[in-house]
Design a protein around this ligand. Structure first.
Ligand code: 5AD
Ligand code: SF4
Length: 329
């Protein structure tokens, strides 16, 4: 699909056409990545962040939240519970915490790898090339770094203290180091157009991104975007469907932000091209402070119950929980 075709599909409100789009994406998903839905256990191990992204509740300018760091031994225990649940991947996610030295992160990775053998995905933001290399050598397998938006102007407006070019450079470094690399964008950012969204998809395709997280922007009360309208779920679902059709065999999560808007939306995403679920296994007392957007900390914390419910829900749509690492085919 070219840019204009993508723009037209993202903009359609014709119910038959939307249904046909979701069905085509679902068929592509079945053919290219199969019926397994892969689970990733997320540990949000620090909510300190030195950046000031306009949309995010963890921005350094937000003095209204208490900050925490989970002690190493507790992180290790949580990783053990991911393995015990039969999930193949642990995602270590944090704000850009200035106390996370290269050595600290490397030690954490190698301890988890040694103790659990799990696939390790890092999601700790922009770092120098040398850090990414060291993390890989210590045992990290994958890295998530959403590009957020393909538009340099919009990026600059939302990230007064960051550089668009550096973010793209980081993604290229990660790919070149052999990480399975994740990018992604938010839908419904103020000033965003369908043309920008179409270019988001084309950028990720062009860069051969392996994992693609697309979620709605959700306004957070303690940020400069407090009074902005949140993203449209329908547009997110269409983005997921078109992304599946364009990128074919990538791993695409039914994002947690969708579940915050409505529980049913994640299941809907799974029938419109998505094939991954990322349950948050951060203990409640930390999780409620990891408030990137409102409502996130209040999702169910009983991970066994969450998985049991998914087993039933997935069965209902003819799918099953995937076993093993679930890397890109
Ligand atoms: N709404 C939705 N997603 C958000 N993120 C940050 N703030 C918000 C928000 N208000 C997403 C960004 C970022 C990740 C940490 O969470 O895409 O990459
Ligand atoms: Fe920090 Fe990420 Fe939030 Fe930006 S989006 S403020 S880098 S946690």
């Amino acid at each position: 699909m070219n840019r204009d075709e993508i723009i037209r599909l993202l903009g359609t409100t014709d119910a038959d056409e939307v249904r046909a789009l979701f069905q085509a994406a679902d068929e592509e998903r079945r053919g290219s990545v199969g019926d397994d839905v892969h689970f990733r256990g997320i540990i949000e191990f620090s909510n300190y962040c030195e950046r000031n992204c306009l949309y995010c509740g963890l921005r350094r300018g937000n003095k209204a939240i208490a900050r925490y760091r989970i002690p190493d031994d507790e992180i290790l225990e949580l990783a053990g519970s991911v393995r015990d649940l039969g999930i193949g991947t642990v995602v270590l996610q944090a704000g850009e915490d200035p106390t996370h030295s290269t050595g600290y992160i490397c030690r954490l990775i190698s301890r988890i790898k040694k103790a659990t053998g799990l696939i390790i995905t890092l999601s700790i933001g922009e770092r120098p090339y040398e850090d990414y290399r060291a993390f890989k050598a210590a045992g990290a397998d994958r890295y998530l770094l959403k590009h957020e938006t393909v538009s340099p102007e919009l990026y600059q407006r939302l990230h007064p203290d960051s550089k668009y070019d550096n973010r793209i450079q980081c993604l290229r470094w990660l790919k070149s180091l052999g990480y399975e690399t994740g990018a992604g964008n938010m839908v419904g950012l103020p000033g965003q157009t369908l043309k920008i969204l179409a270019e988001d998809i084309l950028l990720m395709h062009e860069m051969d991104i392996d994992m693609i997280g697309i979620g709605p922007f959700i306004a957070h009360q303690d940020t400069p975007l407090a009074h902005t309208v949140s993203g449209e779920p329908d547009t997110v679902l269409k983005m997921i469907a078109v992304t599946r059709l364009v990128t074919r065999n990538t791993n695409i999560p039914a994002t947690t932000a969708l579940a915050v808007l409505d529980h049913g939306l994640q299941l809907k995403a799974l029938t419109a091209g998505a094939n991954v679920i990322m349950p948050d296994i951060t203990p409640p007392r930390y999780k409620e402070l990891y408030e990137i957007y409102p409502g996130r900390g209040k999702l169910s914390c009983d991970i066994s119950a969450v998985i049991a419910r998914w087993e039933t829900d997935l069965h209902g749509i003819g799918r099953r929980i995937g076993r093993g690492p679930g890397g890109r085919r």
